[in-house]
Unconditional design. Structure first.
Length: 573
């Protein structure tokens, strides 16, 4: 039992222990009050990133004088021989994250995620007809214990949804026995493995990597960082370390360490250098073992102001004229990794207001924006972009953002929303601005509807920025200078120095092509004019193509000519 002195509220305990600020507690309580199906405060604090699941369980155990148990250190033991599955109903155990682990004359020992949920404690005392001894653990370990007790009584499967294993008997049968999984968990919990994974992550953050690639090869493990859009090998490790490294990452991400045949997606948050950094994890089986890619989402590196993106004054004015219109369509185009999401967040940050109801559906939600209602798409349960948009229309929105238009249904809802007075923001995978018009028509959108609703299309790429400390004048052929109208301009190129790790580049900057839709362009779209005709008209009106904007940044000494020529094409793409 919890001693009487321990019957404090969770928020009070965390405040006393310095693990939570009053502002964070207030924010969590406000979030809790707004939810229709109210979560436990502890669960909400973990979801908001204010405290880790393990940290919460450890804190509660220390402050309440309870024992903390875990499968990783073999302190969580389920006595299967005592038929404990008859004491507490499986459905109730899973819903409340509580599992009975042992029965003795002094009482029933249970492991709980939230030992301050006295309603659950009192219920268990009534149904068990005996004293209750409480231990603390994480939800992940409790779910694994539930799996052992209620499902196979000995087969351990680590995963966020034990019920999914029950529904798939073939998958459960094919899983390794619990001893093999425990070996993986034990190795992943060893100090050298933890230090190794932490050092890889810390180095990636220090070097401002956007992605970490862990690639198993024939006789080694290659660790690569994506720096300024280019992959570099950071180090190579012995092949025998790969299982423990990947298991450690899976445990952090709450993934199934036993599943090695199918891809998995997950994520976790880590506090480094006094800031919270999110990691999005993707695993994929290869012939040499599982490959892992970790996307680094560092909020401190994100600049959420339109004025910091590098738009020319004229382009910034065009963008502001479109984003403050009460309705219409605005699309961002470009390949994956071209910075579209960052630009969308900058736009949302600029136009957000307490007077506007802003709804977004994203896959995934990469950054949280105060005052914006953000929804995580989940196609596995039927919550795709189209379904989210249909729901949005019943939520009285002023502004809607959808992560990507991938099909006719999503495109039609976007157009219909714009027609009835909403501002709609989204992305498309096309090479340039006018290509987005053709893509939408190809989906099946009628040109006259598109012409009536389209406000602006922004195409963009990311170019590597020259290191200011070591960039040097570049030798460029006179004909090339003439062809690109760069005669008399000082052209710089990369050199390399300790400040940029001898790469010659430090950071990236966007290159834009901004298509403003006026009456003349609307008329051309409605009459189904070809892309070349529309683009020629736009250029005459002053639109800079991607290449032209890139060459402007070359003239300003921000990037190299070779870089711009590599990411754009002669046609302006």
């Amino acid at each position: 039992m919890i001693p009487p002195a321990g019957r404090k509220k969770l928020g009070e305990i965390l405040l006393e222990d310095g693990l939570l600020t009053q502002a964070q507690l207030t924010d969590a309580l406000n979030n809790q009050a707004k939810q229709k199906e109210r979560k436990y405060l502890g669960e909400l604090l973990v979801d908001l990133g204010y405290i880790t699941e393990e940290g919460l369980a450890l804190t509660l155990s220390k402050k309440l004088g309870l024992k903390y148990v875990s499968f990783s250190d073999n302190t969580l033991v389920v006595n299967i021989a005592q038929d404990l599955d008859r004491v507490i109903d499986q459905k109730y155990a899973g819903a409340n994250f509580i599992v009975p682990v042992a029965k003795a004359p002094i009482g029933l020992t249970v492991v709980m995620w939230d030992p301050l949920n006295f309603n659950v404690v009192d219920y268990v005392k009534r149904v068990a007809h005996m004293n209750v001894i409480i231990q603390c653990s994480t939800k992940k370990d409790i779910l694994q214990a539930i799996e052992r007790l209620y499902v196979d009584k000995g087969v351990s499967v680590v995963g966020p949804d034990p019920a999914a294993m029950i529904r798939d008997p073939q998958r459960t049968a094919a899983m390794p026995r619990h001893t093999e999984i425990d070996d993986l968990k034990t190795k992943a919990a060893e100090a050298p493995v933890i230090k190794l994974v932490n050092s890889i992550i810390q180095r990636a953050i220090r070097e401002k990597a956007s992605d970490i690639h862990i690639d198993p090869q024939v006789d080694k493990v290659s660790i690569r960082f994506r720096l300024d859009g280019i992959l570099y090998e950071a180090e190579s490790l012995p092949k025998e370390t790969v299982a423990a490294i990947i298991s450690r990452i899976k445990i952090l991400s709450r993934l199934d360490i036993a599943e090695k045949r199918l891809p998995q997606d997950g994520g976790f948050m880590m506090r480094l250098e006094d800031r919270n950094i999110d990691f999005r994890i993707s695993t994929m089986p290869t012939i040499y073992g599982e490959k892992v890619v970790m996307r680094v989402l560092d909020k401190a590196q994100m600049k959420a102001e339109l004025g910091t993106l590098g738009l020319t004054p004229a382009d910034l004015e065009r963008v502001n004229q479109s984003i403050y219109k009460p309705y219409g369509l605005i699309f961002l185009t470009g390949p994956t990794g071209s910075g579209k999401t960052t630009t969308l967040y900058c736009i949302l940050n600029a136009i957000r207001s307490p007077k506007k109801n802003i709804l977004t559906i994203e896959d995934p939600v990469e950054y949280r924006i105060e005052g914006v209602n953000q929804v995580q798409a989940n196609p596995q349960i039927g919550l795709d972009f189209a379904r989210g948009l249909r729901t949005f229309l019943r939520q009285d929105p002023d502004i809607i953002m959808v992560g990507e238009v991938r099909d006719l249904e999503t495109a039609e809802i976007c157009v219909r929303s714009a027609l009835v007075g909403r501002l709609v923001l989204s992305t498309l995978h096309t090479n340039d601005t006018v290509g987005a018009v053709a893509r939408l028509v190809d989906f099946g959108i009628e040109p006259f509807l598109l012409a009536a609703t389209l406000n602006m299309i922004i195409a963009q790429r990311l170019a590597r920025r020259l290191c200011e400390k070591c960039k040097e004048p570049a030798k460029v052929d006179a004909k090339v200078l003439h062809d690109f109208k760069l005669e008399g301009v000082s052209i710089f190129g990369p050199k390399g120095c300790p400040a940029c790790n001898n790469r010659g580049f430090s950071g990236r900057l966007p290159v834009f092509e901004i298509m403003s839709v006026d009456n003349e362009i609307r008329d051309m779209i409605e009459k189904k004019a070809d892309a070349t005709t529309i683009k020629d008209s736009l250029i005459k009106k002053g639109m800079m193509t991607l290449r032209q904007d890139g060459l402007t940044k070359v003239r300003d000494g921000l990037t190299s000519l070779d870089e711009i020529l590599a990411i754009t094409m002669e046609s302006g793409v």
